[in-house]
Design a protein around this ligand. Structure first.
Ligand code: BV8
Ligand code: ZN
Length: 251
């Protein structure tokens, strides 16, 4: 499925000085990472809000850790896809380029993206809730049941933002600045349901950005976008990169 690139978008791809790629679970779908709200959802019997929540963790840390260990194992076994790689290519030719991701799978950094703002944390990082000691995945995946801090015996948790928790202030502030300064804002593979992240596309558009959505399905935001490219990011992002490169070589 290859939607046409409108002349308006081609012109913006050619001339963009500042581009933001805002990504959600859909950009990792073609790497084999299940999305949250798709039919093949991670654990269809639970809603993310029921598991990715401090209350759930305090009530049943073993169940929440089982969910994260399952996701960590999936993510350890997959690779970035053509969509992640196209964003690395864009970063090389666009004067100011940033990825703002809701994903915790670290695939943008593994693909080679350099400016990546992780709004919801990173599943490869964990920390002790009592003393703050940081842990990688080796300790937590080898622990029997619930990982305990080797320094103070406290409960270790994934370094991700749960529902009801604040986003990391420095990442959020940098993301808002990037959105406000963008000529072109690409909203890629997100259902645009989770706030405050979902407010970034409209912050960008109100500050003057041309807002493009890339998703096989329309979302609650589609009607507000300047352009909607219907299709998978693994196909569409390489097309946009090729258009950017063509326009720059013809200069
Ligand atoms: C906050 C990390 C408050 C964990 C995540 C009532 C009670 C409590 C809170 C709220 C409430 N009402 C609203 C809220 C706020 C809440 C919220 O927005 N809830 C929603 C559900 C309504 N937000 C929060 O709680 C946030 N914190 O508000 O703090 C506060 C304020 C002041 C002081 C103190 C506190 C924190 C939100 C962060 C939650 N953590 N993840 C983890 O991952 O385990 S969110 C989680 O959902 C992921 O990060 C994910 O990225 C995110 C959004 O989902 P998407 O990425 O969009 O994925 P989804 O599956 O939904 O969609 C995939 C899309 O891809 C689809 O559209 C599909 O069509 C498309 N697709 C599929 N294949 C492809 C594709 N696209 C392209 N190519 C393909 N091949
Ligand atoms: Zn500790």
């Amino acid at each position: 499925m290859r939607p046409a690139i409108s002349p308006g978008l081609a012109a913006r791809l050619a001339g963009a000085g500042s581009v933001v790629a805002f990504t959600g679970a859909g950009v990792s779908a073609e790497s084999g990472v299940p999305t949250f709200r798709g039919t093949e959802g991670i654990w269809v019997k639970f809603k993310p809000e029921e598991l990715a929540h401090m209350g759930a963790f305090m009530k049943n840390p073993a169940l929440v850790w089982e969910w994260y260990a399952h996701r960590k194992t999936i993510i350890a076994g997959i690779r970035p896809n053509a969509g992640h790689e196209a964003l690395v290519g864009m970063e090389r030719i666009i004067p100011r380029f940033a990825v703002i991701t809701q994903n915790i799978d670290n695939l943008h950094r593994r693909a080679g993206s350099r400016t990546v703002y992780e709004l919801h944390g990173n599943i490869e990082r964990n920390y002790c809730m009592d003393c703050g000691k940081a842990y990688g995945n080796d300790l937590v995946l080898s622990a029997e049941g619930i990982p305990g801090c080797t320094q103070c015996g406290g409960l270790v948790r994934p370094d991700v933002v749960w529902f009801g928790e604040m986003l990391p202030a420095d990442e959020w502030d940098a993301a808002v600045r990037a959105a406000e300064g963008a000529d072109l804002f690409l909203s890629i593979g997100t259902s645009a349901l989770v706030y405050p992240a979902a407010s970034l596309p409209l912050i960008a558009q109100q500050a003057g950005a041309y807002l493009v959505e890339i998703n096989p399905e329309p979302t609650p935001m589609t009607a507000r976008t300047d352009e909607y490219l219907k299709g998978p990011s693994g196909t569409i992002l390489p097309m946009l990169l090729a258009e950017m490169e063509r326009a720059r070589t013809e200069r």
